[in-house]
Design a protein around this ligand. Structure first.
Ligand code: DAH
Length: 342
């Protein structure tokens, strides 16, 4: 019996040396240390041996078992170490390889243009005020001097919602009423930037969503000259110190008088080119003195207060500045376009 045990031990250890992976190791443990192993059978049969042999075989059997268990543990460690060495060799990092470039996000060109506008007007003392894009018919039109059926409403093709009296604002002008009602009777100097929506055919020149920046100044002594100076200062800071301005008489229901604000063409300097359609001038804003009725709708007494207002586009001037020939690029999310504005 003792010989049998020695054989079992020697064979088990020999086999263990051949084991090179985890699976074979598990198999080895089942074969040599498991319930059905030859060793276990010997240990279980000890009781049937003659009385004097029992302690000797039993003790020896346990020694073999302990030896095999120890050998097994050792093998586990060896295999782990080999596995680690292999992983280190195979998965080592070559620190001399060039790094992968991290691509930074950037601001959308419209956001950049807006921020530039904020900075210029902030320097002139204008605060930024934001108003909702989903607006009431009354604010978008009615309180701006265009009661229902007023023909001037045709100037804006409107997206109406399914809720009566609620629409997507067609311009930032309704914000004027909101600020006035909030601030009255304080003097006001704000810009109101934001998205506007128009039910229009989308073409290279017009999108149905776009940004505007509205301006509003209300006080006791505000004149058309203040408007002109403000517009000229903006144009010079945004498009170059040599810019010239002109006002052309126009019509908006919410201003009286109303003007279109032009600056000399930034491409040809006024000589005439394709961009300015050979006029030498580019239109940058609609503007005027706030209509007395609009002041009244905002809570201000027009016999005491006056104000100027303007509304300008954001994408169009950006297109001029960067020679962008299609407004649809702004919202088509083409990364090749967006990446050019870093
Ligand atoms: N709201 C006008 C538009 O979208 C632009 C405009 C014109 C705004 C004159 C004004 C203004 O504040 O005084 O066409």
């Amino acid at each position: 019996m003792l010989d049998r045990l020695r054989e079992l031990q020697e064979q088990a250890l020999r086999e263990l040396e051949q084991v090179t992976d985890k699976q074979a190791l598990d198999q080895w443990r089942v074969t040599h240390l498991g319930k059905k192993s030859a060793l276990n059978q010997v240990l279980r049969s000890v009781g049937q041996l003659p009385k004097e042999e029992r302690p000797i075989v039993g003790q020896r059997g346990n020694e073999v078992k302990l030896a095999l268990e120890a050998a097994y543990e050792q093998r586990v460690q060896v295999l782990k170490a080999q596995e680690m060495a292999r992983a280190l060799a195979e998965e080592s990092v070559d620190v001399t390889l060039p790094g992968r470039p991290v691509s930074l996000g950037r601001l959308h060109p419209s956001t950049q243009a807006l921020r530039e506008i904020y900075a210029i007007f902030a320097a002139m003392g204008f605060q930024v005020y934001t108003a909702p894009e989903v607006e009431t018919d009354e604010l978008n039109f009615g309180l701006l001097n265009m009661p229902p059926h007023h023909p001037a409403r045709d100037m804006w093709d409107t997206f109406y919602t399914t809720r009566p009296g609620v629409l997507l604002r067609t311009h930032t002008s309704p914000g004027q009423i909101r600020v006035m009602r909030e601030r009255c009777p304080e003097p006001i100097r704000v810009i109101l930037p934001g998205k506007c929506y128009r039910y229009e055919q989308i073409t290279a020149r017009s999108e149905h969503q776009f940004y505007q920046v509205e301006g509003l100044a209300v006080g006791r002594h505000i004149t058309l000259t203040d408007l002109k100076g403000t517009m000229a200062e903006y144009a010079r800071r945004a498009f170059g110190a040599e810019r010239k301005m002109r006002f052309r008489g126009s019509y908006f229901p919410f201003t009286e008088p109303s003007v279109e604000v032009d600056m000399d063409c930034i491409i040809c300097g006024g000589a005439g080119c394709r961009v300015c359609k050979y006029t030498g001038w580019l239109e940058i804003a609609g503007a005027g003195m706030v209509h007395p009725q609009v002041l009244r709708n905002g809570g201000y007494d027009p016999s005491v207060y006056s104000g100027f207002a303007f509304g300008m586009g954001v994408e169009r001037p950006m297109m001029l500045k960067h020679n962008i020939d299609d407004i649809r690029y702004f919202y088509s999310n083409d990364i090749r376009f967006l990446q050019q504005f870093g």
